[in-house]
Design a protein around this ligand. Sequence first.
Ligand SMILES: Nc1ncnc2c1ncn2[C@@H]1O[C@H](COP(=O)(O)OP(=O)(O)O)[C@@H](O)[C@H]1O
Ligand SMILES: [Mg+2]
Length: 371
Amino acid sequence: MVDDKEKEGEVQEFVLDPDAELRFEVENKNETVVVESFYLNCHACLEQLRQKAESEGKRGPVTMIVGPTDVGKSTVTRILLNYAVRMGRRPLFVDLDIGQGQISVPGTIGALLVERPATVEEGFSQQAPLVFHMGTTKLQTNQTLYNILVSRMAEVVQERMQANKKANVSGMIVNTSGWIKGDGYKLLTHAAQAFEVDVILVLDQERLYNELVRDMPQFVKVVLLPKSGGVVERSAQYRHEVRDKRVREYFYGLRTPLHPHSFDVKWSDVRIYKIGAPALPDSCMPLGMKAEDNMTKLVAVTPGPNLLHHLLAVSFAASVEDDVIQTNIAGFICVTNVDVERQMLTVLSPQPRPLPDTLLILSDIQFMDSH
Ligand SMILES: Nc1ncnc2c1ncn2[C@@H]1O[C@H](COP(=O)(O)OP(=O)(O)O)[C@@H](O)[C@H]1O
Ligand SMILES: [Mg+2]
C-alpha cells in the first residue's frame, strides 16, 4: 500500500499541467528554439530528483530521451542539459545516436561531462569525450556490436560518475536514435537496462510509450511528451549533409578554426582493422562459434585504394590482444590520398605526426576533404 502510494507520488512529479500554455522562444544566431512548458516542467522534476539524490548521497536521475526521428530528441536533450548546467549542475551527456550524434563524428557513441551551456552553433565543449567506435551510421548492420558498446559505455560512465560527486548527483541525459520499431525497440530497451534509467521521456509516440510502460520495471518513470511546435522534418539528404558537416567540424572546427595536419604514412607502418567479418551461415562456422561472433571479430585490412576518403578511428588499444572493440577511441584521421606505387597513405589528422602506435579501425564513414 505504502509502496503504491509512494510510486504514485513519484509519478505525480511528472504529471504535466494540461492548462499550461506557456511558450517562449530563445533567439539564437540561426535558430529560434521554442521552449514549451512541458520541457521546463521536466527540468523542474529532474531538479527535484537531483536535490533528493544530493541529500541522500545517491546517484541523480538517469533520463533517456526516445522517439522517432525528427521529433526534437536532440533539442530536448540540449535544453535539459543547458538548464541543468545553469543551475550549477554537471550532468553527463550520453549520445547513443550513431547517425546524428552530437559528441564525436557519425558512427560513434559518446559521453561528455557538460560544464557549460551549449550554443546552437558549437554544441557542448569537447573536453575529453568518451567515444566508442561503431564504424557505421546504420544500426541495422551490427546490432550485436552496438549492444556491446552501449553496455560498455554504461559501465565506464557509471564508474566515472562514482568518482565525481557533483556529476553523480547531477545524473545523465541519454539521447537515442529514432529507430524505435522491431529490433530498434530491442536496442532501446537494452540501453535503458544498461544505463539503469530512472526516467524515459517519450516524444510524440503513444505506441512506444505504451510499449515501454508495459516492458520497463515499475520504478522507471515513463513520460509521454508532445513534440515541440518548433520541430521541423528533415530529408535524408539533409541528414547526410549534417553528418558531413559534423566530420568537417571535427577536423576544421566551426567558430574557433582548428588546423588539422596532413602527412604521409607508410602502409607498412600502420595496422588497420575492421570490426565484423562477412556473415556466414551457422553451418559454415567453426564448431562452437555463432554467426553473432563474426560481428565482433577483428579483421585485418590491407591498405589500398579502398581506404580513400574513409575515416579511421585511432584506438587506445595497442594490440589485437587488447579488448579492442571495448576500448575507447582517441580520435579520428581521414585518408585523403592513397599512393599505390609508393605504398603510402596521406592522412588528415587533428594531431601532428607521428600517429600513435596503436591500432586503426576502419569506419564506413567517408569524408571528402575539400580544403
Ligand atoms: N523547439 C524547437 N524550436 C525550433 N526548432 C526545433 C525545436 N525542436 C526541434 N527543432 C528543430 O527540428 C529539427 C529536428 O529536431 P531534433 O532535435 O534534431 O530531432 P530528433 O533528434 O528527434 O531527430 C532540428 O532541425 C531542430 O533544430
Ligand atoms: Mg537527434
